[in-house]
Write a protein that binds this ligand. Structure first.
Ligand code: T68
Length: 810
């Protein structure tokens, strides 16, 4: 750990308050104090950024640029203090000023520039890159409105705008020295040069400006600070003048507003391709700004593009930035005058693509007609890429029209569409999935023909999460205990958690481990009380299902078991072995009717159960609103049971599953995503695997009839009848029929009925096992001890070695 000198800390805070806020320290609000502390920390970060940059430049380091339409960094003050190693000292300094650091930490607005797993993964990866002293930088969009704030009104989700202070946040450095120019719209004019060769020219385009803000990303240990570069859209002044001069004042202003809306708002769905023109423009805007910036940085120290792939790697976080393939080609060929073939070689050697989903509705396709209007030159380039690619396929597999059809970037038949995954695969040297089972499904189910053509291109990179945020910062009780037991090496080498294993036989350690969990549950119970007004018992089992609300994630199945348990108590007078609190959190996409109904169902069930004196001593149900990074940090350390019950084959990886297990929760899960690998590592005796497997579901799908399961299981029949009745919606009769029918009449696409009895049985086993407190604590410790593999440091090392070929520069 580098020692950072904090002797000037107090004085710097005072100066900030006086000369930036115009206040004396005694008049400062909590927010002022948060800003003062943050601005001093920011100075430290800037110093280290400069040192880091010098180190990379001196070594002529290869740099990796992570392009992602979403980043969810979470609150930054606490994380920065911990990673710089000055948390304790800073806390002590503030104490001498009668300021409690924890109060200030709560003043920070959680930047919500992402929907869920994909954006949070990007943030964990930036943390690990900096911790490993690797030159890896994020590129994203500086949305004015992040993901909506969720409130609940009478059991219903309401979406409220989340305007985050993207201009005044202490963590955003405005870089007015860097600007990107992005051409958009216009048309192609064909001209012939002297040799009679066709030279397409993109003309009459409009210009959007990309303004740049950087968020410094501090690695643990305080040696390296990288940056996350965010772009916001601005209509250029040149463009203004031109249109204003044409005299159409109103249209000029209208267009300006339209362009500046590009970075206004994040699309709020994590599982459905948006398909709106504005979204395509966002994707293009991100790509064009990033490529420009990357090339500008490269050309500072290099001449020509021969070395480009040895000095630059670009990773595409899903297909949202897949236009990079066309944009890099355009810049190399049209702007820098390279021939097609060398430009193509450079492009494919530079790019890597990560797939995050197999859900058909989430796979992006764009109508050719929209591309033609928005980025006509890119469309031309995509056609040329495709023409050459198809030629190659025909050579390799003559007379195979099926193959040509399945691998073409353009889907014919009806409206022509661009398949973004095909574009990304063809333009990259590496294609990876995010968990072992998922990567196999990418190869064998999603794009088997590409796999046959280029088997060497496909690989797996099982996701990881940063232990700095998800253990050290989120769970100080556990961190302290671990460090006391095995030293603090685990923070940057999570495999060391293995050394906790022998301590399961140490009764004092066992007792203290259980005490930490209990203390976290007391804290969580308090948050639950404040946010839901439901009192919950910290000695009950805290069973947590926290993630986006989606049918494939099967919050519905969880509810079925809760209703079943309720009916057992109520009608069969069977009392469970231990009291349980079912905790839900998660947002539904605003247009996703069944997901929003599921939230209403959870509230309806909670209302009945929590208010029934016969039942509520045994089970309680709560839904904590506005799931976000900072709420996850409070929830996860307090979990006994982690719900990871997606329909097998549908969750690409999951990352919450890892965070819960690391913090000592026992997983109840299906063999899906990374849960498969968690099970292997913690051992089957230390979690609960149930339900249909991927191949079983595939085999059953054609003939599956959910009614068979209902008719053959009286418990399930009873539960489904109650769901359809108005017991949980007395004020709005009939509203849950739709959820009932999705399962009974519309085929139960996610196999809730087929997995019901196995799930109920498993949940009953959980209750029985929990009663053996000592054994439960042992298994909980083993979950922590055996999940070191799921550190994002491990994942980033694999990406760095196998795909990016980047090295640490400590
Ligand atoms: C998630 N995907 C996967 N998508 O669902 C999850 N945003 O299994 C995986 O662990 C995680 O990615 C990280 O690999 C998402 O979170 C999105 O958020 C998304 C999808 C479409 C558009 C925008």
């Amino acid at each position: 750990m580098n020692k950072i000198d904090l002797s000037g800390f107090k004085a710097a805070m005072g100066q900030y308050l006086r000369y930036v806020r115009g206040k004396k320290i005694e008049d400062a609000s909590q927010k002022d104090l948060f800003n003062a502390v943050s601005s001093v920390v920011r100075m430290l970060l800037i110093d280290i950024t400069m040192e880091t940059e010098d180190r990379y430049t001196k070594a002529d380091a290869k740099r990796m640029h992570y392009l992602s339409i979403e980043f969810l960094p979470g609150r930054l003050l606490s994380n920065n203090l911990l990673n710089l190693g000055i948390e304790k000292e800073c806390r002590d300094i503030l104490k001498t000023m009668n300021i409690d650091l924890d109060d200030l930490l709560n003043e920070e607005h959680d930047p919500a520039l992402g929907n869920g797993g994909l954006g949070r993964l990007a943030a964990c990866y930036l943390d690990s890159l900096a911790t490993l002293d690797m030159p890896g930088f994020g590129y994203g969009i500086n949305y004015d409105y992040g993901l909506f704030k969720q409130t609940i009104m009478a059991g219903e989700q309401r979406e409220n705008p989340d305007f985050w202070p993207n201009r005044s946040s202490p963590w955003l450095l405005a870089r007015s020295d860097v600007r990107c120019m992005v051409p958009v719209y216009g048309r192609i004019q064909g001209t012939e040069d002297r040799e009679g060769e066709y030279n397409p020219m993109w003309v009459d385009w409009k210009l959007i400006l990309g303004r740049v803000h950087d968020i410094p990303i501090a690695g643990f240990g305080g040696r390296t600070v990288n940056r996350l570069r965010l772009f916001s859209a601005w209509a250029s002044e040149d463009f203004d003048m031109q249109v204003f001069n044409e005299g159409d004042y109103f249209r000029a202003v209208e267009e300006k507003i339209q362009f500046e809306s590009i970075s206004k708002i994040l699309y709020p769905s994590d599982s459905m391709a948006a398909g709106r023109e504005l979204r395509l423009v966002q994707e293009y805007f991100l790509v064009a700004c990033s490529v420009q910036d990357i090339i500008r940085i490269y050309l500072k120290d290099h001449e020509g593009f021969d070395q480009f792939p040895d000095k630059v790697a670009i990773q595409l976080n899903d297909t949202h930035p897949a236009l990079t393939v066309a944009e890099l080609m355009r810049v190399l060929v049209d702007v820098h005058g390279l021939e097609w073939d060398p430009a193509w070689k450079i492009t494919t050697k530079t790019l890597g693509y990560t797939n995050h989903t197999l859900l058909p509705e989430a796979l992006e396709t764009w109508p050719v007609s929209i591309l033609k209007r928005v980025i006509p030159r890119h469309l031309q380039i995509i056609y040329e890429i495709n023409r050459r690619f198809i030629e190659l396929v025909k050579q390799r597999f003559p007379n195979n029209t099926r193959l040509v059809k399945s691998m073409s970037i353009i889907r014919e038949g009806g409206e022509q569409r661009i398949l973004m995954a095909n574009l990304a695969i063809i333009g990259s040297h590496s294609v990876n999935g995010v968990a072992r089972i998922h990567s196999e499904l990418v190869k064998n189910n999603l794009v088997p023909d590409f796999y046959r053509l280029w088997p060497e291109r496909f690989n797996n990179k099982t996701n990881g999460v940063t232990p700095r945020r998800w253990i050290l910062s989120a769970n100080p009780g556990l961190s302290g205990l671990i460090t006391e037991a095995i030293g603090d090496g685990w923070i940057s080498d999570l495999d060391q958690l293995k050394r906790l294993e022998p301590l399961v036989h140490d009764s004092v350690f066992l007792e203290r481990f259980a005490q930490v969990k209990r203390a976290n549950k007391i804290d969580l119970a308090e948050i639950i009380g404040e946010t839901t007004y439901v009192e919950v018992d910290p000695d009950s089992i805290f069973d947590i299902h926290a993630k986006r609300i989606h049918e494939y994630k099967r919050q519905f199945l969880n509810v079925l078991n809760i209703v079943h348990t309720y009916l057992k108590i109520k009608e069969d007078k069977q009392i469970p072995g231990a009291p349980r609190t079912f905790i839900f959190a998660g947002k539904a996409a605003p247009g996703y009717v069944n997901a929003k109904l599921t939230i209403r169902l959870i509230h309806g069930v909670a209302d009945v159960i929590n208010n029934d004196p016969e039942v509520s001593p045994w089970i309680r149900v709560v839904f904590i609103p506005d799931y976000r990074v900072s709420l996850a940090e409070a929830l996860i350390p307090g979990a006994d049971v982690s719900e990871q019950i997606s329909c097998a084959g549908m969750e690409a990886s999951g990352t919450g599953n890892m965070k819960f297990a690391m913090n000592g929760a026992l997983t109840v899960g299906t063999l899906d995503g990374a849960t498969v690998e968690i099970a292997e590592r913690v051992g089957l005796e230390n979690l609960y695997i149930f339900g249909l497997k991927v191949d079983e579901i595939a085999a059953m799908r054609k003939h599956y009839n959910p009614r068979d399961y209902i008719e053959n299981n009286p418990d399930l029949m009873r539960v489904m009848n109650v769901i359809r009745s108005d017991l949980f919606c007395k004020k709005d009769p009939g509203i849950f029929k739709r959820l009932h029918d999705a399962v009974v009449d519309f085929g139960d696409y996610y196999f809730n009925m087929a997995d019901f009895s196995a799930y109920v049985e498993t949940q009953n086993q959980v209750v029985t096992d929990y009663c053996n407190k000592k054994q439960w604590a042992e298994r909980s410790i083993l979950n922590t001890a055996r999940t070191g593999y799921f550190s994002s440091d491990r994942a980033i090392r694999e990406y760095a070695d196998d795909i990016w070929k980047i090295k640490p520069f400590p």
